[in-house]
Write a protein of this length. Structure first.
Length: 412
């Protein structure tokens, strides 16, 4: 094993050799830097997509955590009246006392028919606490009219697609028909106060929101189906959910986090992670091709030099090590430059903003940015270093195996 002084000498000699071949070194560094910066930018862009999608889901529909009676999440959509929490106020107070919890709100779910006086359509609806939901629903956009308030006793918010289908606008009257918790039919007339858009086009095509008190009157119940927890930080979701599961499991309740409630998010992340993995492999291959050509040309122009080294007593493995160290130094310098370039471009593009069209199954576009994510930056740097080191190994192996006499003839 070489001593510390030997390693320093090897590194110094490798750095000097790189400076002797300036043009090829610059070309290799450029190839590595461009590849690394590409990974930093693409990875940061994908992470921004995740963040926007995550916050849109949380702040337009699900909240951070939902708590319901056991069985509601699997069967409640068919019969929500059979899965009612009987003491929601007590549960809300207990949950609100936990650290990291910003607010707790109750919802009651229902399904029925919405009539505009001429025709009716099936809907899914929620009775909500309007002012608490407005604070949570920062990604729920009211396109016409206004938000529902606690004073709108018989006001209704209608999804954008549903409003178009029934030709409803703010100020119109509409009628809700649904079954009560006892199985009887009940109707109430409502005034349309606004039309909303969430991140989901399908949801907006069939959803309505009314006040919690109006929903309980329609359903003839004082219970609620869901307690929705809003947190101060999304990063605390798993920690708070773990505490809630420990405290609620014995009371016949179940806890679901926002990502457990939204399979679309998980599918999107899996898809983009695989695409990003393929992109990293492609960039690794491109950097390998770009660097291996320059290293090959440099190494085989110096065959006579390596022959002289071996003739004066250096071993084949020392020649091999020298060439690999040169490649590794190329990787370190090129990857470092690539990280600086990528971070600089990410900051510049984020300042400008990137207008994005609505994602699939969504109504709303957004302004994207390039996030500087430490794990992505580290991965990009590692790929640049590994690519350059791998690119140097084959030329190093070949030149270290050339017989000394044949190598020395290259000096003639």
């Amino acid at each position: 094993m070489p001593t510390a002084a030997g390693r320093r000498l090897l590194g110094s000699l490798a750095l000097r050799n790189l400076s002797r071949h300036g043009t090829r070194t610059v070309v290799s560094l450029a190839a590595i830097a461009v590849g690394v910066s590409g990974i930093v930018l693409s990875g940061g862009f994908i992470q921004d997509i995740y963040a926007h999608l995550r916050e849109a889901i949380i702040h337009s529909q699900s909240g951070h955590i939902q708590i319901a009676k056991t069985g509601f999440f699997s069967e409640g959509s068919r019969s929500p009246e059979k899965h009612l929490l009987s003491e929601p106020a007590l549960e809300k107070d207990r949950i609100a006392s936990l650290p990291g919890v910003a607010d707790v709100m109750a919802r009651v779910s229902f399904s029925g028919l919405l009539n505009n006086g001429r025709t009716d359509l099936p809907i899914v609806g929620e009775g909500i606490e309007p002012e608490k939901e407005a604070a949570l629903g920062t990604h729920l956009r009211v396109t016409e009219g206004r938000q529902l308030t606690d004073q709108d006793r018989f006001g209704i918010l209608v999804g954008y697609g549903l409003a178009q289908a029934l030709r409803l606008k703010p100020g119109d009257q509409t009628t809700l028909l649904l079954s009560t918790a006892d199985g009887a039919l009940n109707t109430l007339d409502f005034d349309v106060v606004g039309v909303f858009q969430s991140f989901s086009q399908d949801y907006d095509a069939r959803a309505v929101k009314i006040t919690l008190s109006a929903a309980q009157e329609l359903l003839n119940t004082a219970g609620v189906n869901l307690l929705v927890v809003s947190l101060e930080r999304t990063a605390d979701t798993d920690k708070v959910a773990g505490i809630l599961r420990e405290r609620t499991i014995w009371r016949g309740m179940e806890v679901k986090t926002w990502d457990e409630l939204n399979s679309f998010y998980r599918s999107t992340v899996d898809l983009y992670d695989r695409q990003f993995g393929v992109l990293q492999l492609i960039i690794l291959f491109m950097v390998l091709l770009g660097v291996i050509n320059a290293i090959n040309m440099s190494v085989f122009e110096r065959v006579g030099e390596f022959g002289t080294m071996r003739a004066v007593g250096n071993q084949s493995k020392q020649v091999f090590s020298l060439v690999v160290v040169e490649g590794a130094l190329l990787g370190v310098i090129g990857a470092g430059l690539g990280v600086i370039l990528g971070v600089g471009l990410a900051m510049a593009l984020s300042t400008i903003g990137i207008p994005m069209p609505p994602p699939p199954n969504s109504n709303l576009g957004y302004t994207a940015s390039i996030r500087i994510v430490p794990s992505v930056v580290a991965s990009a740097f590692t790929i640049g270093l590994v690519a350059a080191t791998l690119a140097s190994m084959l030329p190093a192996l070949r030149v270290s195996r050339i017989p000394i006499a044949e190598a020395l003839r290259q000096n003639v």
